[in-house]
Design a protein around this ligand. Sequence first.
Ligand SMILES: Nc1ncnc2c1ncn2[C@@H]1O[C@H](COP(=O)(O)OP(=O)(O)O)[C@@H](O)[C@H]1O
Ligand SMILES: N[C@@H](CCC(=O)OP(=O)(O)O)C(=O)O
Length: 373
Amino acid sequence: MKRNDFSHVKRVVVKIGSSLLTKGGKGLDQTAIAGWVAQMAGLRKQDIDVILVSSGSVAEGMCRLGLKTRPKTLHELQASAAVGQMGLVRVVDDNFQQHGLHAAQVLLTHDDLSDRRRYLNARSTLLTLLDFGAVPVINENDTVATEEIRFGDNDTLAALVANLVEAELLIILTDQQGLFTGDPTVYPDATLVSEIRANDPTLDRMAGASRSGLGRGGMYTKVRAARLASRSGTATVIAPGAAEQVISRVMEGKNIGTYFVPDLEPLVARKRWLAGQLQIKGQLVLDPGAVKVLKTNGKSLLAAGVKSVSGRFERGELVSCIDEEGNEIARGLINYGKAEAELIAGKNSADFERILGYADDAEMIHRDNMVLI
Ligand SMILES: Nc1ncnc2c1ncn2[C@@H]1O[C@H](COP(=O)(O)OP(=O)(O)O)[C@@H](O)[C@H]1O
Ligand SMILES: N[C@@H](CCC(=O)OP(=O)(O)O)C(=O)O
């Protein structure tokens, strides 16, 4: 994808860093936030799905609590985040409301995206919010995250969210013009990189740490995020958050910030991931009707077309779909664990509530989570 193809983008993740949001730690920048929200609302009006990953809870909490330096201990960080998150969501929500849009707070930990079942839950909730036309506002769940289940920085979180919802574009707003050949606060003669392949090995030499004491990762985590995002075919632009109409200009394909070109298109990347990297935990035998629908119409797999179930799997794990002769037709992430799948195999989704005691996904495997073999 070239910059001038961004006009085709239908789903974008915007990440805004702490120092931008809090005027370098002085408190939430109401004017700037109103400006970014207005631009995101403009995208929603064009029917583009928008997800905001917003940092700033610790920085705003520090400000409210009168802490001069970023706390060192985990519980102080967590307390600070809890205080600051209140201010953050209030301002963001007020602003989206002024544009007639609903903001939806989603706080995630690393476990939510690494555990297969929780991954599917997080994905379904985010996609449902987008279907409702709401704007998910995501941050790390700092108050409960221990070291082991932390993302640690919101650049990584934003990239994983972009992977999760298959956004075509990730925009990371920061306090610099973009990625420079070296940290411009240390090397004044460093120059702005306008475009680079996300997997270019020279990137590691350019990107340094954060120096503001407010954010977490500096350029290093942003470059790593661009690489991570490129795994699902997502393009990344690191752009100057303080620049006039920055989000709109990036979306218009203007030459602003640094554009990280992914190696693959989103669909190809996801199919490769599904087809190659996960272990198959079970098998579904499909009736001829289901085989035909999957092959010819690219539809989701409904339980009604499943004749039998084998293997050991939980919700969210990879299963293989075979025809009655044993030929593999497709693979996908299943919405039900083995016990439930056996109960609903061959049944209509209208009967799920009676059989299972609850009604959940109508599909056994959603077409977005399936790849034909
Ligand atoms: N190659 C580079 N180009 C630009 N900035 C860099 C580079 N290396 C390190 N940095 C530093 O990264 C900082 C931005 O990261 P950070 O403070 O974590 O911001 P944010 O809060 O937006 O995530 C810049 O202010 C700059 O000091
Ligand atoms: N969850 C933390 C995120 C910290 C963080 O990654 O900050 P930044 O490097 O400014 O994006 C917070 O809201 O303060």
